[in-house]
Design a binder for this molecule. Structure first.
Ligand code: KG4
Ligand code: ZN
Length: 347
């Protein structure tokens, strides 16, 4: 079974071809970071226009690289949400057009499900596992028990963790995106130099909050303009690490109540590329007798292979979608999870 995957929900235009033997036949990602850098964040209109310009050529290249004819595909998977709606429409309409022209099944994929199932593609993982999904748009802990069996244990009540990194980077005058820039600066700094709060630590459950940390950082920088950027970056990264470890430790206990046998903690999303967080979570897993599974960074950030793979899994289970399926700006993976009214579009 061979599936084409299309991803356009944020600032990466991506296309990939994956088969049910976990072979990634092609995987092309075109990042728009340079287009958005002058604005210090993703501009939805610029993103959508860029997807329109590049998607056709990218899909053609992905098929050529996989050395396949369109007629050899068994299904077409495209992200249908959640995300920046203009971009999502570009990808889904393209997927629909290809599916209609070929008379092949369409798979309308939840972007979060793509992230959630990636470790099954890259690390051949069995269900169940605990998933920490940390990206520019999402910050959630989920128990993954099977295809379409996802329980959200916690989420952010305001900003996503990557968003916090990006805003902190901007305050420090670092280039966009802030996450990698803070990581690099932190390597040269003292992480005990600046006293910052650790929102939610010690609280029941495993929800996150980063807006207090962001405001505290702004106040520190205003009150002492001479603080060293490296020290601030290191202290900020450590504070985020403390929060993530505390919340994940609670999630492990919550997951074990439902599934005492859960063997893995999987990390996904762009922030999962962060060295400091990987180290801290590795230590947590050793302490709690879990195995940390961290897919290679290029599969943690947005890509087409994760969408194609989610398509393979759904097609295998007969979960195809009609050609009039709609895009969804908001689309929780766990339909029973309570909504977070202040978490904006992103959480
Ligand atoms: O998954 P992703 O590529 O896009 C979204 O779906 O959001 O994640 C992008 C986010 C950005 O906020 C970026 O700053 C962050 O991931 N990021 C990092 C690192 N690399 C990327 N954050 C911290 N440390 C990193 N090394
Ligand atoms: Zn993502």
């Amino acid at each position: 079974m061979i599936v084409l995957g299309i991803e356009t929900s944020c600032d990466e235009t991506a296309a990939a071809v994956v088969d049910d033997q976990r072979r990634i036949l092609s995987n092309i990602v075109l990042s728009q970071t340079e287009d958005h850098r002058p604005y210090g964040g993703v501009v939805p209109e610029i993103a959508a226009r860029s997807h329109v310009e590049h998607i056709d050529g990218l899909i053609r290249n992905a098929m050529e690289l996989a050395q396949l004819k369109f007629s050899e595909l068994d299904g077409i998977a495209a992200t249908a949400g959640p995300g920046l709606i203009g971009g999502v429409m570009v990808g889904l309409v393209t997927g629909k057009a290809i599916a209609a022209a070929l008379a092949k099944p369409l798979l309308a994929i939840n972007h979060l499900e793509g992230h959630a199932l990636t470790a099954r593609l890259t690390d051949n993982l069995e269900f169940p596992y605990l998933l920490l999904l940390i990206s520019g748009g999402h910050c959630q802990l989920l128990l993954i028990e099977g295809l379409a069996q996802y329980t959200r244990l916690g989420t952010t009540i305001d900003d996503a963790v990557g968003e916090a990194f990006d805003k902190a980077g901007k305050m420090l005058g670092l280039p966009y995106p802030g996450g990698p820039a803070i990581q690099a600066a932190a390597e040269l700094g003292n992480d005990l130099a600046v006293d910052l709060p650790r929102p939610m630590i010690g609280r029941e459950g495993c929800d996150f909050s980063f807006s207090g940390l962001k405001s505290a950082l702004r106040r520190k920088l205003e009150s002492d303009p001479n603080l060293g950027v490296d020290d601030v970056a290191a202290s900020f990264q450590r504070a985020v690490g403390d929060v993530v470890v505390d919340r994940t430790a609670n999630a492990i206990a919550m997951a074990r109540q439902k599934r005492p046998d859960v063997p893995y903690l999987v990390i996904a999303g762009g922030v999962a590329a962060n060295n400091h967080l990987r180290l801290r979570l590795d230590r947590l897993c050793v302490d709690t007798d879990l195995q940390l599974v961290a897919p290679p960074p290029e599969f943690c950030t947005d890509n087409g292979a994760m969408i194609a793979w989610a398509g393979v899994e759904r097609l295998g289970a007969g979960l195809t979608d009609p050609l009039d399926v709609q895009v969804r700006a908001r689309w929780p993976l766990d339909p029973h999870a309570r909504p977070m009214p202040f978490a904006g579009k992103k959480a």
